[in-house]
Write a protein that binds this ligand. Structure first.
Ligand SMILES: *[C@@H]1O[C@H](CO)[C@@H](O)[C@H](O)[C@H]1NC(C)=O
Ligand SMILES: *[C@@H]1O[C@H](CO)[C@@H](O)[C@H](O)[C@H]1NC(C)=O
Length: 418
């Protein structure tokens, strides 16, 4: 048995040695040979992706040096009235910093306006009180129609002038909408409320919409007292907004919405909001407000336009605006009446339908409504017969008008021509 044991040990050692040698052999061979396995691991390595990215960047940079222009492909030839971007950027670009120019070239942030409304704010008698700017896409014709007829209505509201605009880019699927150019030209001629830029209208290009709107407003609407910016799928209690703004100073810094504090960047690759660490390495975003609907003064609008020019493009538009605010050292104010993440059903009254007008009468902005719901809510709240029994326990900054006053408003609005 002793002999057998020894023999077994020897065989074991031999086997182990062979395995070790084989492993060593393959280990040495893999990097040199273009085997399937090595290609797979090569592809998966994030480092290589980063290297490729910078190589492309370097190439792009070299190309732009040769051509002396940014590599920003225009999407479309001029449609109608046209903003003279060449003279604009000549006066607004400080020529000193090479670094900034490099960033501008790399990021391609100034896009041509292909549908403009240069006289939008001149139409208002005296200074415009509120400019409403609504992010939309070409496909949302029905949503724009509802907003025009409800909370986004232009004209006088409680004695102050309101004008509205829709902010659009080029539709990303043009085969689905072959007549989009004619539609947009016609819509613009009919309503005079379309702004369209020559960039693809995608989720990650919303930041481009933000900065190009700030540029437009600073150029064509510098004297508006306030700006409301929002989405098409919100309900806005415009009377509450106007009421609230009447107590604000338009030539002071003012930025208000639903503030989000210490939000952490999402590192899940599957998420719509995924941000890799190479793009934003800090553990939390600066305070920002939900992009569904927010308010600012005309003064802050112009300052933000300047500040955002110095912030590197960031694909999430409301976070980007938070970065611009941080640059100004401005802390956005959070308001309870802004529900940009929708409203949860009240736990104290689970029987109550969230689609109850009494639920909306003290709010300013509610996000996530369908066009028919916006229309219905707007009309229900305007109903002189509306009585809300639920009395507020605490004093609220905003109160719904008495039925007499809303009748007065309706009458005023009827006089305004559209
Ligand atoms: C664009 O729209 C067409 C027609 O609706 C559709 O067949 C196609 O799949 C869409 N393309 C993309 C990339 O979504
Ligand atoms: C943004 O728009 C530009 C210009 O149309 C386009 O080249 C780019 O692909 C778009 N970016 C995203 C992330 O959609």
């Amino acid at each position: 048995t002793m002999k057998l044991h020894l023999k077994g040990d020897a065989i074991c050692t031999l086997l182990l040695t062979i395995t070790f040698c084989a492993l060593l052999y393959f280990h040495l061979k893999i990097p040199s040979g273009p085997s399937w396995q090595s290609l797979q691991t090569h592809k998966k390595k994030p480092l290589d992706k980063i290297r490729l990215f910078t190589e492309a960047e370097v190439l792009e940079d070299r190309l732009s040096q040769v051509l002396d222009t940014p590599i920003c492909q225009p999407n479309l030839k001029v449609l109608g009235s046209d903003l003279q971007t060449s003279t604009l950027s000549a006066t607004m670009t400080p020529p000193s910093f090479n670094f900034r120019q490099y960033l501008r070239n790399k990021d391609c942030r100034d896009f041509k306006l292909i549908i403009n409304q240069p006289n939008k704010c001149k139409k208002a008698q005296g200074d415009l009180f509120l400019l409403i700017a609504i992010k939309s896409v070409v496909e949302e014709f029905e949503r724009r129609e509802v907003v025009r007829k409800t909370w986004g209505k232009e004209g006088l509201l409680n004695g102050v002038q309101i004008q509205s605009l829709f902010l659009l880019g080029i539709p990303k699927n043009q085969t689905a909408l072959p007549l989009w150019k004619s539609l947009m030209n016609y819509e613009s001629q009919t309503y005079g409320d379309i702004l369209m830029w020559d960039f693809l209208d995608t989720f990650f290009n919303l930041t481009l919409k933000e900065i190009n709107f700030l540029k437009w407003a600073s150029t064509f609407c510098p004297n508006t007292k306030f700006v409301f910016k929002g989405d098409t799928d919100i309900f806005v209690n415009m009377e509450n907004i106007v009421d609230f703004l009447s107590g604000q100073n338009p030539v002071e810094d003012f930025f208000l919405g639903q503030a989000i504090f210490y939000a952490q960047p999402i590192r899940l690759k599957k998420s719509k909001y995924f941000i890799p660490e190479m793009m934003f390495g800090q553990p939390a975003y600066p305070t920002y407000v939900g992009g569904g609907g927010f308010l600012m003064s005309g003064y802050t609008m112009k300052r933000l336009y300047q500040a955002c020019q110095q912030v590197e493009l960031f694909p999430i538009d409301d976070v980007f605006l938070g970065m611009c605010l941080l640059r100004l050292g401005l802390q956005p104010v959070s308001h309870d009446g802004f529900r940009t993440f929708g409203i949860p059903r009240p736990s104290a009254a689970p029987h109550m339908h969230t689609f109850d007008p009494c639920f909306y009468k003290d709010l300013m902005v509610v996000h996530g409504l369908k066009p028919a719901e916006i229309w219905l809510m707007w009309n229900l709240l305007r109903d002189p017969g509306l009585t809300c029994t639920r009395k507020k326990l605490v004093s609220r900054p905003f109160r719904w008008k008495t039925s007499n006053r809303s009748k007065e408003t309706v009458m005023q609005q009827d006089i305004i021509e559209h």
